[in-house]
Design a protein around this ligand. Structure first.
Ligand SMILES: [Zn+2]
Length: 282
């Protein structure tokens, strides 16, 4: 599932490819992916509109169209957005084709078809609960050490569950949460309110670091993620724990373990991330 860095990489590439283009036609091969309004209204409203900017919020992509319309896309597990020039082959899982007036096209492809598309006005953000109620995201001015402290202080559930909660922090998913906790020396099943001020500070720094490095490396490809040119990311070669079960921890040499926390497969180092508090490797 693409997380914040992967969606940001897609946004950056698409911004250079589709801003200023006008939609000439839409081929809706799987109308049920359109969650609002009806597929018919969606099609009628988007045709003729020009894309003015491409924004990202957490894992949502927001295409601003003229006449103050927002086309909002969530890729979920296996959604992909692919920009194609005339004559280029289309992904076999293509579900929606936006063809522009210059015959270039934006494909929405999705193997498991769990992705969602909406067309709303700026006043209708409430229609997309996950977007409307999203917490501050890493690297943003609103995401501060004090904020992380405030949400952890009263949280009795696991710190992993807290970090995955999009209402608490927008954009983090399983991979970057496991990586952040490992570099912070915090066991994923520790309760939020057990973390010391020092641990919160470390976690805050490491969350921003892993997200920033993920973007620098072009995102992480573990299954389906590709950028809008069909290229894989490179951050999977820099992961410390995710997907490394029974391999040596890059910090201490102990074997990485895998368990389940907050309902998700969770990778951690039993030595660097003990159940109790412990100083971390730097
Ligand atoms: Zn270790």
């Amino acid at each position: 599932m693409p997380e914040m860095p992967e969606v940001e990489i897609i946004r950056r590439a698409l911004a250079g490819q589709i801003i200023g283009k006008t939609v000439q036609s839409i081929d809706l091969r799987l109308p049920r992916l359109i969650k609002w309004p009806s597929a018919e209204t969606f099609q009628q409203s988007v045709v003729g509109r020009t894309i003015t900017s491409v924004e990202r919020r957490g894992k949502y992509l927001i295409f601003h169209l003229d006449e103050e319309l927002l086309l909002v896309v969530h890729l979920r597990m296996t959604g992909r957005l692919i920009y194609v020039m005339p004559g280029m082959p289309h992904d076999k899982y293509t579900r929606v084709i936006f063809t522009f007036t210059d015959d270039h096209a934006l494909l929405y492809a999705d193997t498991r078809t769990l992705g969602t598309l909406y067309l709303i006005t700026p006043e209708e953000l409430w229609r997309i609960g996950g977007l409307n109620a999203m917490g501050p995201e890493p690297l943003s001015p609103e995401f501060t050490g004090e904020y992380l402290q405030s949400i952890a202080a009263n949280y009795r559930g696991t710190v992993k569950g807290l970090l995955l909660n999009q209402k608490a922090i927008g954009g983090l998913g399983n991979i970057y949460v496991d990586e952040s906790l490992h570099l912070s020396g915090i066991h994923p099943s520790r309760s939020g309110n057990s973390l010391s001020g020092e641990e919160i500070d470390r976690l805050y720094t490491r969350i921003n670091q892993v997200i920033s490095e993920g973007i620098q490396h072009g995102g992480t490809t573990v299954r389906d993620y590709r950028n809008s040119n069909g290229q894989s990311g490179g951050h999977q070669h820099h992961l410390h724990v995710y997907g490394r079960k029974n391999q040596a921890c890059l910090l201490c040499g102990c074997l990485i373990a895998k368990t389940e926390v907050a309902g998700r497969g969770t990778h951690y180092c039993p030595s660097c991330q003990p159940q109790g508090c412990k100083p971390v490797h730097t």
